[in-house]
Design a protein around this ligand. Structure first.
Ligand SMILES: CC(C)(COP(=O)(O)OP(=O)(O)OC[C@H]1O[C@@H](n2cnc3c(N)ncnc32)[C@H](O)[C@@H]1OP(=O)(O)O)[C@@H](O)C(=O)NCCC(=O)NCCS
Length: 392
C-alpha cells in the first residue's frame, strides 16, 4: 500500500514507532469501507466511485451499502425503507427530555445528549454482536432526523414533527427541517439534499470516525461510540465548518463585497472556513459534485446570491493560498437556498455520517484490537519528591 507521508513531520523516536503530530499520514487501522483517493476515483465507498453513487443512487442505497456491505436489490431497498419508517419513533423519555431544553442550546449538544439517552433505553444497548450493532445502527439512522426536528421545535416552530410515510429519507428530512414538500422546487431541493447526504456519508478515518472507533475499541456500546463522534464532529475544524461557511456568506452579504472581504481576512491571517483538508491537498472530488448542484439549485430557486459570493471567495482563496474548497463550502450554499436553519447544518451532517460511523463501529468490534497509542513525553526529567511542609 502506498501512502503519502510528510517525511518532515515524522520523527523517529529512538526504539519507538514513528511520531507524527496530529497523526498526519499515520495508518491507524484497516477498513473495507472507503478509499480516499487523490487520483481519478476521488472517493470510493466499498469500491463504488462517489460520482456514480451521487448520480445514480439514493442515500438509502448508500446507507444500505455501508451498513450491510452490498448495494440493495429492489426488494432489499423496499424492506429497508419500511424499516426506516417503522423505526422513526422516539421513546417517551427523549421527548420529555428534549422539550424543556433552553432555546439557546446548540442542536449539536442536544443530539449528542439525545443519542446518549437513546443508549440508555435501547433494548439491545449492551449487545455488541454484529447483527445487534446493525439493528441499532438502522434505529439510529431512522431516529436522528426526528430527534433533530423535535429538539429544534422551539427554534423552528413551523416544522411539523410527524412526517408523512411515503417520503424518501431526503424528502422527509427536508420536510422535518423546513416544512417543504411536494412542489417542483421542494423536489429539486430534496434531490440535492439526497446527493449531499450521499457525499457526507463516509470518509475513512476522519476525526469523528476515529473517535468513534477508539471508543468502540474498548468494546463499549455503539451509542457511546456515536456520542463520542458527535462531540468530535461539532468542532469548526471538522463538521462545524458548514455552519461557519454560511455565517461567512451572510457576513459578506453581496458578491460585490466578497473579494475585498476575503483578501482582508487572509491579510489578517484568518482561516477561511470550507477550505483545506488534512488529506485532500489537491482538492476534494465531493466539492466539484456539490458545486454543480449548488449552481443548478440556485438557478431553479432564482437566487444566485450565495453561489456568486461563493465563487468569488473560491477564486480569491485559490489565487492567494492555493487552497481548494472542501465539501462543506458549497454545501452551505445549498442549505441556505433550502432555508434550513443554520444551527442545523452540522446536525444534517450527522443524519448522513451516522451510517459511516456505525459501519466503522461494526467493523471495529467485529475485528477488535484496543486502540491505545503512546505519547512522546516532553515533561521534566525525573526529580526529587518534596513533602508538602518543605515546599516553598
Ligand atoms: C481542515 C484543516 C484543519 C486541515 O488542516 P491541516 O492539515 O492541519 O493544515 P494546516 O492547519 O497545517 O494548514 C497548512 C497551511 O494552510 C493554511 N490553511 C489551511 N487551511 C486554511 C484555511 N481554511 N484558510 C486559510 N489558510 C488555511 C494554514 O494557515 C497553513 O499555512 P501556513 O503553512 O502558512 O501556516 C484546515 O484546512 C482548516 O482549518 N480548514 C478550515 C476548516 C474547515 O473547512 N474544516 C472542514 C474540513 S473537511
Amino acid at each position: 500500500m502506498s501512502i503519502a507521508v510528510k517525511e518532515s513531520l515524522v520523527t523517529e523516536v529512538k526504539g519507538r514507532p514513528a511520531y507524527s503530530p496530529g497523526l498526519e499520514g499515520v495508518i491507524a487501522g484497516e477498513s473495507t469501507l472507503c478509499l480516499v483517493d487523490e487520483g481519478e476515483a476521488g472517493l470510493l465507498y466499498r469500491g463504488y466511485p462517489i460520482r456514480d453513487l451521487a448520480e445514480h443512487s439514493t442515500f438509502e442505497e448508500v446507507a444500505y451499502l455501508l451498513l450491510f456491505g452490498h448495494l440493495p436489490n429492489r426488494q432489499e431497498l423496499a424492506d429497508f425503507a419500511v424499516q426506516l419508517i417503522n423505526q422513526a419513533v422516539l421513546p417517551q423519555l427523549l421527548e420529555v427530555f428534549l422539550g424543556p431544553m433552553p432555546s439557546g442550546s446548540h442542536p449539536m449538544d442536544m443530539v449528542r445528549t439525545g443519542v446518549s439517552l437513546l443508549g440508555m433505553v435501547d433494548p439491545e444497548a449492551a449487545d455488541n454482536s454484529h447483527d445487534a450493532n446493525v439493528r441499532k445502527s438502522v434505529r439510529l439512522l431512522a431516529q436522528i432526523p426526528l430527534m433533530i426536528a423535535t429538539a429544534c421545535r422551539p427554534m423552528n416552530r413551523k416544522s411539523p414533527v410527524r412526517p408523512p410515510e411515503n417520503l424518501s429519507f431526503a424528502e422527509n428530512l427536508l420536510y422535518l427541517l423546513t416544512g417543504r414538500k411536494g412542489n417542483d422546487e421542494a423536489k429539486a431541493m430534496a434531490r440535492v439534499l439526497d446527493v449531499s447526504l450521499t457525499l457526507y456519508a463516509e470518509h475513512e478515518f476522519n476525526a469523528s470516525t476515529f473517535a468513534a472507533r477508539v471508543t468502540a475499541s474498548t468494546m463499549t456500546d455503539l451509542h457511546s461510540a456515536v456520542t463520542s463522534a458527535i462531540g468530535t464532529l461539532k468542532g469548526p475544524l471538522h463538521g462545524g465548518a458548514n455552519e461557519a461557511v454560511a455565517e461567512m456568506f451572510l457576513g459578506i452579504g453581496s458578491r460585490e463585497r466578497a473579494e475585498a472581504w476575503v483578501r482582508e481576512a487572509l491579510r489578517q491571517k484568518q482561516r477561511i472556513m470550507g477550505f483545506g483538508h488534512r488529506v485532500l491537498k489537491r482538492g476534494d472530488a465531493r466539492s466539484d459534485i456539490i458545486q454543480r448542484h449548488a449552481e443548478s439549485l440556485s438557478r431553479i430557486c432564482g437566487d444566485r446570491r450565495w453561489y456568486e459570493i461563493a465563487t468569488v471567495v473560491d477564486h480569491v482563496v485559490e489565487e492567494e493560498k492555493g487552497l481548494r474548497p472542501n465539501l462543506d463550502f458549497y454545501s452551505a450554499v445549498i442549505y441556505l437556498l433550502m432555508g434550513i436553519p443554520r444551527r442545523l447544518y452540522t446536525p444534517v451532517f450527522i443524519c448522513s455520517r451516522i451510517t459511516g460511523w456505525c459501519a466503522h463501529v461494526i467493523e471495529q468490534q467485529d475485528h477488535n484490537r484496543l486502540m491505545r497509542p503512546r505519547a512522546l513525553y516532553t515533561g521534566p526529567s525525573r526529580r526529587e519528591y518534596v513533602p508538602l511542609d518543605r515546599r516553598t
